[in-house]
Design a binder for this molecule. Structure first.
Ligand code: ZN
Ligand code: ZN
Length: 606
């Protein structure tokens, strides 16, 4: 199984660990210390060796920061984890506070006094994060001090897992669609135009994309931990553990980059700084440590974006084709799962965990699953209203009769990454469930069938995904869509659809389309397909260049929840056309025993 359902939380150990940490702080004359959920690449999922926050507090969520001081400690989490965190940590030790309502800097000001120093591991915090915090604490005379070694690493004993050492492997040209040489020219041109001498790449996804390889250091995201310096002219250097690079990969990388050990990176940056080179860092993702290394070498970094982000987001034809193939395979797995669920969902023998296991099995039976793309959200009844709910053996619910079941999941395949959510009726849905489902479906269709001028940003489209809900006096509290990588991270930027999305959408980008509605304590509804941005078909009288979306995901919507009277005729046409496409694509690939289910699930709705 790629997903685990037992949460290894150890709150009982917190008391001793916090004591030991406080002793370390005292030695260094520090009054406080920051323990974020992050590693030096700002990865979304962390390798176990980097789970310092969980080790110290017991909290296993994917975002949060603890602050330990002699006069009390706190754990800051966002709204997603405000129920989970107090259950996992010893609240006698950690006060659990919700950001952004509570602010770490304000809390620190209430605990410390002028001239107190707070330590942090400069590798684990981004430049912008530290700049913000320095400013806010500085006003109260509290100083932030970057530490050379992390005191937690000093006290975390023999039970600390070893850092991951998975071997990297090639992402073949037939899937990548563009060679490293071509990608490098693009990145170096951008540096030349900006008059920057070099860029330090810290995002493992960017480096995987640039050099056309993938790795296995992190759960659910096929990347390797590495850094790279790309100069405006000349050869890049890839800083990666030698053990991760086998002979064939060494040969494959040779034409494009030198390879060096990770501990040579600081010296290389210092050398650049001493020569006065303008080195670009992405302040939103590069750690403060690198800014400090450059300053110590005598030259301040220049701020600028990661030059790989945008070209990585615009998929090549091969990647677009790969995404379609991956969706066919994933659609078969999902269809088999939904057919299975229809048969056994109401028996009282299926729970959230067994459903997630079954779905992973169907994905594995495609024979090409490399990993799941994130931990499956399988949520029955009221759990569906918890947007980021993840079932565990402690939390799981049996699928209730006459309830809604929400399942959000995805797969990693060599040719593409998938992410799909369906909400299905178990037993008989209420009229209100159907009404809310219909509204979310209309929001989904509004995005799927949108036509919009070139240059539109995600925030211009976001209202499309809310119009029908707004008209009914309802809304949902998450973005409408995120970018998706190509056999990379299931969450990638810069493309997204939300109120805050200022990046222009460009042909070739892949995004999710996932409006939802959540009734706390009762149910959640979310309908998610992946879409590809592409030029819109020309229409008579049209003058401007328009873009549109091609829906990539091929999975039926639950007809038991659809009241055709709720949809406009054109929306019903969209739905029926989509179902015809799903049937035509999946039918040849699905076993004969599942065909009747597929035919019924995709039959026209009138
Ligand atoms: Zn999803
Ligand atoms: Zn998604």
């Amino acid at each position: 199984m790629y997903q685990v359902f037992d949460e290894a939380s150890t709150p009982a150990a917190s008391s001793d660990r916090v004591e030991a940490l406080l002793r370390e702080l005292k030695k260094r004359r520090l009054k406080g210390f920051l323990v974020p959920h992050s590693d030096q690449h700002q990865n979304e999922f962390l390798p176990p060796s980097e789970e310092r926050l969980a080790w110290l507090t017991g909290f296993t969520g994917s975002a949060g920061v603890a602050i330990v001081t002699a006069s009390g400690s706190a754990l800051f989490v966002d709204g997603r984890y405000i129920l989970q965190a107090p259950e996992q940590v010893d609240t006698e030790i950690f006060e659990v506070l919700q950001i952004p309502k509570a602010k770490p800097s304000e809390w620190l000001k209430s605990k410390l006094v002028r001239n107190n120093a707070v330590g942090y591991d400069a590798r684990l915090h981004t430049i912008s994060e530290i700049e913000r915090l320095t400013k806010s604490l500085g006003a109260a005379g509290i100083r932030l001090r970057a530490l050379k070694d992390n005191p937690i690493d000093r006290i975390w004993g023999t039970d600390r897992p070893a850092p991951p050492q998975a071997e990297i492997f090639a992402q073949p040209l037939e899937f990548a669609g563009k060679g490293s040489g071509e990608k490098l020219i693009h990145v170096q041109m951008e540096l030349v135009e900006a008059e920057h001498d070099a860029v330090l790449l810290t995002s493992p996804e960017s480096i995987c994309w640039l050099f056309n390889y993938r790795g296995g250091d992190i759960r659910h995201t096929p990347v390797a931990l590495a850094h790279a310096i790309v100069p405006a002219k000349g050869r890049p250097t890839l800083f990666i553990d030698a053990e991760k690079v086998g002979e064939p990969m060494r040969d494959a990388l040779k034409p494009f980059t030198d390879i060096a050990a990770p501990d040579e990176l600081d010296a290389a940056l210092t050398k650049l700084a001493k020569s006065g080179a303008k080195v670009r860092l992405d302040e939103g993702s590069a750690s403060m440590h690198f800014a400090n290394v450059l300053s110590a070498g005598g030259t301040k970094h220049v701020a600028g974006g990661d030059p790989c982000t945008l070209p990585k987001a615009i998929k090549t034809n091969a990647e677009q084709q790969g995404a379609r193939s991956a969706q066919l395979r994933d659609g078969v797995a999902m269809a088999r799962f939904l057919a299975w669920l229809d048969e056994v969902g109401e028996t009282g023998r299926v729970d959230e965990v067994s459903a997630a296991i079954k779905l992973e099995e169907f994905r594995r039976e495609t024979g090409q699953l490399k990993d799941i793309s994130f931990d499956t959200i399988a949520a029955s009844g009221p759990h569906g209203a918890i947007v980021h709910y993840r079932p565990t053996n402690d939390s799981k619910r049996v699928l209730d009769r006459n309830s809604l079941f929400l399942i959000d999941s995805g797969g990693q395949y060599t040719d593409g990454t998938t992410d799909v959510t369906r909400t299905v009726a178990v037993g008989k849905p209420t009229a209100e469930m159907k009404r809310h489902y219909g509204l979310v479906l209309r929001c989904h269709i509004a995005i799927a069938s949108a036509r919009f001028p070139e240059g539109s940003r995600g925030q211009d489209l976001d209202p499309f995904a809310r119009g029908p809900l707004w008209a009914a006096g309802l809304d949902f509290d998450h973005g409408t869509g995120h970018g998706v990588g190509s056999y990379l991270s299931v969450h990638e930027g810069p493309q997204r659809i939300s109120r805050l999305a200022t990046e222009e959408l460009e042909s070739g980008m892949i995004l999710s389309n996932e409006p939802g509605f959540y009734r706390e304590g009762q149910y959640g509804i979310r309908l998610e397909n992946l879409v590809l941005v592409r030029p819109a078909e020309k229409i008579d009288g049209g003058e401007r260049k328009m873009l549109s979306f091609e829906t990539l995901t091929l999975v039926p919507f639950d007809r038991r929840l659809i009241d055709p009277k709720q949809l406009m005729p054109w929306e019903l046409d969209w739905l029926n056309d989509y179902h015809v496409r799903v049937r035509e694509k999946l039918e040849p690939l699905i076993a004969s025993e599942d065909r009747p289910w597929l035919r019924h699930a995709t039959a026209p709705i009138r």
